[in-house]
Design a protein around this ligand. Structure first.
Ligand code: PEP
Length: 248
C-alpha cells in the first residue's frame, strides 16, 4: 500500500506564511520522485496560496474539515464543491479538536464522510480515545464505536477510497507518543471492526517526530502519519516523508 504523510497545520500560518512553508517543503522534497503521497492541510484561508505554491510538484492539497452540504444557510462553513474548486483532494474529518472544541459528534462526521466520498474527496477519518477512556480500559470499544459510526451506510467497496487515522487524544501535541506496538494493536482492532477496511490505509497520529516515525511505519497496520507540530517545520516534515519512502 502506498504510504501517506499528512501535515495538519491546524490554525497556524497566514496565507503569506503558508506560501513560505509550502515552498520550503516542496524545495526540501524536490530531490527525487515521490513514492509516498504527501498531503498539506493548511487553514481554509491559505488553501489558494498553498495550491499555487505546490503547483507542478507531487504535493497534494488537503483540508482540515468541511460541511456535508453542497451549499446552504450554514454560516461560516465550507462545502465539498468549494474545496474541490480549490484543488483539494483529501479532507480530515472527525479530528479530536473538532470533536472537543466544535462539538462535532459521530452522526455529523458520518454525513461528512459520506459527502466526501460522494464528491470524490478522500476522507481522512480520525478516531482515538481520551486519556480517561484509556485508563478505564475502554480504548477498543471507543475507537471501534467511532469508526463504525463514521462509516455507517458506506459500502464496503468504498472504504478503500478512505483513510483512517488513529490518534490517541492524549498523544496529540503532548510529546507523549503512543507505544508503537500498542498503536499497531489498536489499528488492527479498528481495521478488523468493519469488513472492507483491509485495504484502507491507516495512519498513526500523536506527537509523531523524525525520532519515532520509523517505529510506527515498521508495523503491519500503519501506512503513514497524520502530523501536527512536526509538519510546521519544512526540514522535519521532509524527514518524515523520507522515512515513509524508505523501504517502499
Ligand atoms: C494532529 O494534528 O492530528 C496531531 C497528531 O498533532 P501532533 O503531531 O502535534 O501531535
Amino acid at each position: 500500500m502506498t504510504r501517506i504523510v499528512v501535515g495538519n497545520w491546524k490554525m497556524h500560518e497566514t496565507s503569506a506564511q503558508a506560501s513560505v512553508l509550502a515552498r520550503g517543503i516542496a524545495a526540501a522534497l524536490a530531490d527525487e520522485p515521490r513514492s509516498a503521497t504527501v498531503v498539506l492541510a493548511p487553514p481554509f484561508t491559505a488553501l489558494e496560496a498553498v495550491r499555487k505554491s505546490i503547483h507542478g510538484t507531487h504535493l497534494v492539497l488537503g483540508a482540515q474539515t468541511m460541511h456535508w452540504a453542497d451549499e446552504g444557510a450554514f454560516t461560516g462553513e465550507i462545502s465539498p464543491p468549494m474545496l474541490l474548486e480549490l484543488g483539494v483532494r483529501y479532507v480530515i474529518l472527525g479530528h479530536s479538536e473538532r470533536r472537543r472544541y466544535c462539538g462535532e459528534v459521530d452522526a455529523e462526521i458520518n454525513r461528512k464522510v459520506r459527502a466526501a466520498l460522494g464528491h470524490g474527496l478522500v476522507p481522512i477519518v480520525a478516531v482515538g480515545e481520551s486519556e480517561q477512556e484509556r485508563d478505564a480500559g475502554i480504548t477498543d470499544e471507543r475507537v471501534t464505536a467511532q469508526i463504525r459510526a463514521a462509516f455507517e451506510g458506506v459500502a464496503a467497496t468504498d472504504l478503500r477510497n478512505a483513510v483512517v487515522a488513529y490518534e490517541p487524544v492524549w498523544a496529540i501535541g503532548t510529546g507523549r507518543n503512543c507505544d508503537p506496538q500498542e498503536a499497531d494493536r489498536v489499528m488492527g482492532t479498528i481495521r478488523a471492526s468493519i469488513p472492507g477496511l483491509e485495504s484502507t490505509p491507516f495512519l498513526y497520529g500523536g506527537s509523531v517526530s523524525p525520532a519515532n516515525f520509523a517505529s510506527y511505519l515498521a508495523r503491519a497496520n500503519c501506512q503513514g502519519g497524520l502530523v501536527g507540530g512536526a509538519s510546521l517545520d519544512s526540514a522535519s516534515f521532509a524527514q518524515l516523508v523520507h522515512l515513509a519512502e524508505r523501504g517502499t
